[in-house]
Design a protein around this ligand. Structure first.
Ligand SMILES: [Zn+2]
Length: 422
């Protein structure tokens, strides 16, 4: 055995073959005085310390987790981490009363980041993004979903995808790509949203697929990025979103959707209709739409950092989603406009207070369920034999402290693919 972590006050195994929901949403699979053994980047065994310590050899690195909680690495199920520049000026304007949509209409908002990302080289984007990933890793994030969407033209969307693949290979954090060419209507298409939608369906999706096929050489195991759409006021309506996602599905892309953040345009129901992997944001989703999501196994990705980041109070009703049997995952929504948050423990702290999840439900949402929402639930998100060894040691005596305390970093060790990286 290469590494054995032992004597954890609590080991949260979070085992499960699919996203947890309803009464199981808070099922942490706690092992008292727990241990985990790793070899070759994978988990070999999980169980009580006495049993697992017996697997040690002279070469084994033993890590004592007395007084600590051991849990799976966090999966951040929704980020826009790949971008250039910042929007601190806009933040200051918002503090003085301007709304998100007012900033968008004034040519600010997302278009500022689009201009900066179009102008930046891929190397510059990588340098800026790598610094963010380093800080996310220190807070225990070991896998992130990473979106494009700051290009809004084919060349820049591909440049963002390139940055995602380079960083996935170079950084300890695994990055899972999502193409969201329909993130906003670019200025050159102002007043011509349908023409832009045609460009996404007829040009961009095919270009992304062709680029992926050229880049990936794993033959039959080709997996396309997710395709996502921003379905909301000021972005794309339900019909435009349906056209893009239907075309993407026909080409083989798995689907996601930004739904019900500002206005309810029917995005959550559309996710259920099209069999999307997840619907994200969900601040103004109705109960009947939650039922449709539950029936279609759509994971609800909640992003409390965005509501907080905007200084608003209309948090998603996480409790209602659990009651309606929708599996809930969490993400930071890390982006330069509304939520520059690199800490999943902070997201857990917010989800418990404002979205009414229990601490256990929020931890499942940030690990196993986030892994399934990101398409990697078979590989990460829980501590069980055969999965990749993405393991955290938190300096807290029981798991409830992970939500109770906030604004500090509880993570003492990060192990990524069997290697101690923090
Ligand atoms: Zn987003």
């Amino acid at each position: 055995m290469e590494i054995i972590i032992h004597s954890a006050e609590q080991l949260l195994s979070v085992t499960g073959a699919r996203a947890k929901r309803g009464a199981a949403q808070g099922d942490l699979g706690i092992i008292e005085n727990g241990a985990v053994a790793m070899r070759g980047g994978d988990i070999v065994a999980v169980g009580p310390s006495e049993a697992i310590r017996g697997m040690a050899t002279r070469e084994t690195q033993l890590i004592d987790a007395s007084g600590c909680v051991v849990l799976p690495g966090f999966v951040d199920a929704h980020t826009h981490v790949v971008f250039a520049g910042d929007r601190v000026n806009e933040f200051e304007m918002r503090l003085r009363g301007a709304s998100y949509l007012e900033l968008l209409k004034a040519g600010g908002g997302i278009m500022n980041t689009v201009r900066a990302t179009r102008a930046a080289s891929v190397e510059q984007i990588i340098v800026e993004t790598r610094a963010r990933l380093d800080r996310m890793l220190a807070f225990g994030t070991t896998t992130v979903e990473a979106k494009t969407g700051y290009g809004l033209d084919t060349a820049t969307e591909l440049k963002q995808l390139e940055a995602i693949y380079v960083l996935d290979a170079a950084h300890a954090i695994d990055l899972v790509p999502t193409f969201i060419g329909a993130h906003a209507i670019p200025v050159e298409y102002a007043g011509r949203a349908d023409a832009f939608v045609n460009m996404v369906t007829d040009e961009m999706l095919g270009a992304v697929k062709a680029w992926e096929e050229k880049r990936q050489t794993k033959g039959p195991f080709l997996r396309l990025p997710f395709c996502d759409v921003f379905c909301d006021d000021g972005a794309f309506d339900a019909e435009q979103s349906r056209r893009i996602l239907s075309r993407a599905r026909a080409l083989g892309f798995p689907l996601k959707i930004h739904a019900d953040e500002f206005a309810n345009l029917g995005g959550a129901a559309l996710a259920a209709e099209l069999g999307a992997t997840s619907a994200d944001h969900l601040m103004v989703t109705r109960r009947d739409e939650m039922k449709k999501m539950a029936e279609a196994n759509v994971i609800g990705v909640l992003l409390p950092g965005t509501t907080f980041g905007l200084g608003k109070h209309d948090f998603a009703n996480g409790r209602a989603f659990v009651e309606e049997n929708v599996p809930i995952a969490l993400g930071s929504d890390l982006n330069p406009g509304t939520s520059w948050n690199e800490s999943m423990p902070m997201i857990i702290a917010m989800a418990t207070r404002y979205e009414k999840l229990t601490t256990a439900e929020a931890i499942v949402a940030a690990t196993l369920n986030a892994a399934f929402a990101t398409g990697v639930g078979e590989r990460v998100g829980s501590l069980e034999a055969g999965k990749q060894a993405d393991v955290l040691i938190a300096s807290v005596p029981d798991y409830r402290h992970l939500a109770y305390r906030y604004g500090t970093n509880p993570i003492r060790h990060v192990i990524k693919a069997g290697r101690v990286v923090v």
